[in-house]
Design a binder for this molecule. Structure first.
Ligand code: FAD
Length: 176
């Protein structure tokens, strides 16, 4: 959950200011909805009727997550499988494929890994990192309104733009 939440948080920070946001989490994106239900029915039919409901999700979801989802549905993960109704099973499959979360906002600046906002790229002299408003002022990294996905892109941009700005400054100094 960590990285996907990070990826969405930039947009969430902006969108939650003006609208109610819901995230729909699919914990089995590679399986169609009915395949999850088939899988659960199959486990139920071929397993022991006394095994705990939790075991139905073993192998497809991490145990803590399986317990959490079953708890959300008002199911006790430790009750025997034979107590589940057809409707319970369908609800479980539905929740695995589409658990709804209300997004209320993001954590504070103190917890942020990257900021959204800063000097707009169109306020730079084209093809350089120099301000078009204040000559001899260069920007790099997070001072610019540029943010990237997780995966090293923000560090890469910070280093790349820092090197570029430094080269431009050195070149300007040489020409003085
Ligand atoms: C916990 C965490 C984890 C991260 N993990 C990743 C990751 O895995 N991959 C990735 O790509 N990005 C990651 N990032 C984001 C990445 O680190 C930043 O995008 C990048 O460091 C921005 O570089 P920067 O030079 O623009 O700013 P900064 O790295 O913030 O550098 C700004 C510098 O300016 C100094 N400074 C501030 N005010 C003044 C002042 N008035 N005078 C002099 N100096 C001043 C600060 O002390 C700081 O050293 C992470 C960020 C955090 C916080």
């Amino acid at each position: 959950m960590g990285i996907p939440a990070f990826q969405l948080s930039g947009d969430a920070a902006v969108l939650t200011k003006t609208q109610r946001l819901t995230a729909l989490l699919d914990f089995c994106p590679n399986l169609p909805d009915l395949a999850v239900l088939d899988y659960l029915q199959d486990r139920m039919m071929h397993g022991s009727p006394d095994e705990p409901v939790l075991h139905l999700l073993t192998g497809i979801l991490q145990e803590k997550l399986a317990r959490f989802l079953q708890n959300e549905l008002g199911m006790d993960a430790d009750t025997p499988v034979h107590r589940l109704s057809t409707q319970d099973l369908a609800s479980l499959a539905e929740t695995v494929k589409g658990y709804r979360l209300t997004v209320t906002g993001t954590k504070s600046f103190k917890d942020a890994q990257v900021t959204r906002g800063g000097v707009p790229a169109d306020e730079l002299v084209e093809g350089t990192l120099e301000s078009s408003k204040v000559p001899n002022l260069w920007f790099a990294g997070e001072l610019l309104n540029v943010d990237g996905a997780c995966g090293g892109y923000n560090l890469h941009f910070a280093w790349g733009s820092g090197i570029l700005a430094a080269k431009e400054i050195a070149q300007r100094a040489e020409n003085i």
